[in-house]
Design a protein around this ligand. Structure first.
Ligand code: URA
Length: 250
């Protein structure tokens, strides 16, 4: 069966394609500055096809329903959409799309890979504990670890939750540096696991989430769109090939 094309309101189209707030988008439309397929359009609630040729002040806009950004989260900002006290990861994004949000949370003092998107279905799949998407971190500890700690991570640890954590990988690097791979995303999970084996985390950076690897050319605070290949691999890891695909709750 042929899928019915999803139409969108003109104000939403302008808002996303031109990076305007919804109320600014409406103002532009009402002021007669917008055309749809060459004809002026003053109704913000007019439905348009995502393929329509929409122009603002004569300039054709490109509409992208789903946005996928790789952010190198710096320390000192919180992984939230808004916060009364601290700057959030969205304050770093120069695009006021009201639907963007971070996929999962990194602590305020953790840096590294954070996916920012408006694709709620993909986020849900990536965060589902059933899907077991690996997250890899670089950590600097306050002392060395050896076989005993590696084995404890491999077995999964009791960090005070109902169940032990899933098996995790602890790989010593130079001096007190380690690489840690976990499959869940419990609150402060890496720090609590390290604490459980008698070590504290002095510095933490997320390197990857499933197939998505932090682009080290991005400085802390920098971000870029995912490449087509990165997105395809991420969708596959999430068990879907389609952006925005809704599924039954897992
Ligand atoms: N584990 C932590 O303890 N903190 C993070 O930010 C991410 C994983």
């Amino acid at each position: 069966m042929e899928e019915k094309e999803k139409q969108i309101r003109l104000d939403k189209y302008i808002c996303k394609a031109a990076g305007l707030t919804r109320s600014d988008a409406r103002k532009q439309i009402k002021a007669g500055r917008v055309t749809v397929d060459g004809s002026p359009e003053k109704k913000p609630d007019r439905k348009v096809s995502p393929q329509a040729r929409v122009s603002l002040d004569g300039k054709t806009l490109g509409y992208q329903e789903y946005i996928y950004l790789m952010l190198h989260k710096p320390q000192g900002v919180v992984s939230a959409t808004e916060d009364d006290r601290d700057r959030t990861v969205l304050d770093l994004i120069d695009r006021p799309d009201p639907d963007l949000f971070p996929v999962g949370r990194l602590d305020k003092d953790t840096e590294g890979l954070l996916l920012i998107t408006n694709d709620g279905a993909l986020a849900h799949r990536l965060l589902s504990p059933r899907r077991h998407v690996d997250k890899t971190y670089f950590a600097r500890l306050d002392g060395p670890v050896g076989d005993k700690e590696i084995e404890a991570f491999r077995q999964g640890l009791d960090i005070g939750e109902k169940k032990r954590t899933m098996p995790a990988k602890l790989e010593p690097l130079e001096e007190n540096d380690v690489r840690i791979t976990i499959r869940e995303g419990k609150f402060h999970q890496v720090k609590r696991m390290a604490h459980k084996v008698g070590r504290e985390v002095l510095y933490l950076k997320r390197l990857s989430m499933g197939p998505l690897v932090l682009d080290e050319t991005l400085k802390p605070g920098g971000y870029r769109e995912l490449t087509g290949e990165e997105l395809a691999n991420l969708l596959e890891a999430a068990g879907t090939k389609t952006n925005g695909e809704r599924t039954k709750p897992e």
